[in-house]
Design a protein around this ligand. Structure first.
Ligand SMILES: NC(=O)c1ccc[n+]([C@@H]2O[C@H](COP(=O)([O-])OP(=O)(O)OC[C@H]3O[C@@H](n4cnc5c(N)ncnc54)[C@H](OP(=O)(O)O)[C@@H]3O)[C@@H](O)[C@H]2O)c1
Length: 346
């Protein structure tokens, strides 16, 4: 039987690189039988990625829509990890799959920030508990009419683009991702390290006054495993029909930003790098200046929202995250040490 051809974007990135290495390490006979085309922007990336199962293809970038559509039409599966925000590339990849005369699968990467504004509330408000068996697309539609957000708009466009066609779409929606990636290029995502670096710069960690944000986390290895578990299910004979389309949550737990910054404070004070173990309470505006380039809306979405995303659909597929709260807490320590080594950045 001909090998199933999978097109992957973002193979040099943190998530995409880890997805690629996890695909290549999979022992599933279905996954071992796929061939992978990895779209990359530079020759040196292609040179590092090429192998018997990976064919790198150099392209100009996600705005090269003609190429994306053409290349996607030559594959049965597209895994798009390069950006959750780039609507046109998602549309072009889906349009390419739609040129095929058979069922095909589009796996998209999004993020739970899309839902954050549903939970922004007063400090004593309940944590909003969402599961992916609810109609999350409808929630995204409602939020989008109130205030547009590109990553959310892309999800909605993905779902409307595939409607009524033979392309099935699966949107993986990670919360805060942490841990060392296993790809050949980007190994980390900067969020916690940047926060530690900011504490070092000011001599004290900081938390947002009168806010108590709670959000999910997932280790990048667990996240990548979900892509592989999903793909394996889609490739199994007769199983694809039972895999529901749409949003897939993948949170392995939640963390509280106040406690996260307290941990940074404790580590820094213990190591005589910070003047106090207690974070300094700062205003939302100051936090936005320090942590989100002055963007108060993004700051509130990332650090003030209070919600959890229970991954019921992923669990139904058999996905089980291996990393737990201890790994998350250890990551804060690791990130602090990394910030100490590169104090000038950020
Ligand atoms: N990281 C997180 O914590 C997190 C959390 C939730 C959701 N997400 C979602 O996941 C997506 C990917 O995140 P990530 O952390 O893996 O990002 P990343 O490490 O920055 O990787 C991005 C990848 O996409 C490629 N890429 C970016 N822009 C491109 C363009 N215009 N044309 C062609 N290739 C392009 C990069 O290629 P080069 O190597 O050539 O630059 C790289 O391979 C985000 O956009 C977001 O929607 C991420």
């Amino acid at each position: 039987m001909a090998r199933v051809k999978v097109l992957l974007t973002g193979a040099t990135g943190y998530i995409g690189g880890t997805v690629l290495s996890t695909l290549l390490a999979s022992q599933s006979h279905r996954i071992r039988d796929i061939s992978i085309t990895a779209l990359v922007r530079r020759q040196e990336q292609a040179d590092k990625l090429v192998s018997s199962r990976v064919t790198p293809l150099i392209f100009r970038g996600l705005d090269d829509l003609e190429l994306l559509e053409r290349v996607a039409s030559e594959h049965e599966v597209v895994i798009h990890t390069a950006s959750g925000f780039h609507t046109a590339s998602a549309e072009a990849l889906i349009a390419g799959l739609q040129k095929r005369s058979m069922d095909s699968y589009y796996i998209h990467t999004s993020g739970t920030w899309n839902l954050a504004e549903a939970s922004l509330a007063e400090l004593d408000a309940q944590v909003l508990e969402l599961t992916d068996n609810e109609n999350i697309i409808k929630l995204e539609e409602e939020l989008e009419t109130q205030r547009p957000f590109p990553q959310r708009a892309t999800d909605l466009r993905v779902m409307s683009a595939v409607a009524g066609s033979r392309v099935k779409a699966y949107i993986i929606m990670p919360p805060d991702v942490y841990g060392f990636g296993t790809g050949l290029f980007a190994k980390t995502t900067p969020q916690i390290e940047d926060m530690a670096r900011d504490a070092l710069k000011h001599g004290q960690a900081a938390c947002i006054r009168n806010e108590d944000g709670i959000v999910g986390y997932v280790h990048v290895a667990d996240l990548a495993t979900l892509y592989v578990v999903l793909l394996d299910k889609l490739l199994a004979d007769d199983a694809a029909a039972s895999v529901s389309e749409g949003i897939y949550f993948c949170s392995a737990g939640t963390h509280n930003w106040k406690e996260t910054t307290e941990r940074i404070g404790k580590i820094g004070f213990r190591d005589s790098r910070l003047v106090s173990a207690m974070p300094k309470a700062i205003s939302i505006n100051e936090a936005a200046e320090r942590w989100s380039g002055g963007d108060v809306r993004n700051l509130r979405m990332g650090y003030c929202s209070r919600f959890s995303t229970k991954p019921e659909k992923a669990m139904d597929l058999g996905w089980r995250p291996q990393k737990d709260q201890g790994d998350w807490l250890a990551w804060i320590d690791t990130s602090f040490q990394a910030a100490l080594k590169k104090p000038g950045e950020g």
